[in-house]
Design a protein around this ligand. Sequence first.
Ligand code: UT7
Length: 328
Amino acid sequence: MASVIIAGVGSYVPTKILTNEDLAKLVDTSDEWIVSRSGIKERHIAADDEATSDMAIKCAQAALLDAGIKAEEIDLLIVATCTPDYLLPSTACVVQHQLGVLPHATCFDISAACSGFLYALEIAYGQLLTGRYKCALIVGSEKLSSIIDWSDRTTCVLFGDGAGAAVLKKVDQPGIGIIGSDLGADGAMRELLYMPAGGSRCPASPQTIANKDHFLRMKGKEVFKHAVRVMEKVAREMVEQHHLTLDQINLVIPHQANIRIIEALASNLGLPLERFYINLDRYGNTSAATIPIALDEARRAGKIKPGDYTLLVAFGAGLTYGSTLIRW
Ligand code: UT7
């Protein structure tokens, strides 16, 4: 029985830091409000000339180094992002060229917002198991600062830029690596978190620009409630499906959107908060990048040991959601 393992991980955040105090100079907000309502203290913001692919390349290089694998060995490259360099071509094609991944590789982007990294993991897992591909690189990279309305205090305080990547390969050893995943989506809630213009439904026009329709819109309270509900559901289902108890999960890496969402999830699951990896205070919500950045940090901090179970759990625009169980 073969398994698919995470052979290496890497992450990157831009150097510029935007603090809550900096934001209080832009909009009517305060450090006290942002910390108490979200847990976020600061976030990293990409340079004007730094695109999603540039961040993707940096974290991908770190993941390849960690895995001891050369770019030429990658035959499947997936970028999860809701802030691609262009609508076409895919950001994955830009990354492929710059990174030195060979032309025979399959390269594409996926759009599952904050759940994107888990969706990409599931696709790569399935493809590697078939034997059709040998080595996959999956990246979650976001320049959310490019779709934020910096005059809207209800959204601009929550998001940041960054990228994380993982190298996946098949090994002939049963029971390790990606044990299972449970993904879902509820399109009925698509307008709780979306960007109205710039796609085929509402192409760019002077009117869409005047309306600020090229910026992210969110009904925060509704998203919050659904986030807690669906993440609890998929976390429980994943553990039960694999005949484990929640207690056996050594580390939960949740999507980093709001500390209160993570606290509610921990409380509903009956797990101590210490069992959750949390770094949203330093990065804010980097959408598809939160989980791979956290995974990279947790590994480097020695929080993941051989034999451990790690549960990744996410939710995002769509509304999409999912959980992935990993054994190291
Ligand atoms: O990856 C998925 C991304 N999305 C999410 O995860 C969002 C989930 N939702 C949330 O994280 C929370 O709902 C928010 C952080 C967005 C908001 O927290 P909340 O506790 O739900 O606050 P609220 O929206 O009920 O707003 C409370 C008050 C309002 O004033 P009034 O109506 O009570 O007078 C807001 O206008 O806080 C006001 N407010 C702010 N005040 C200072 C909203 N944003 C700010 C702000 N600074 N930045």
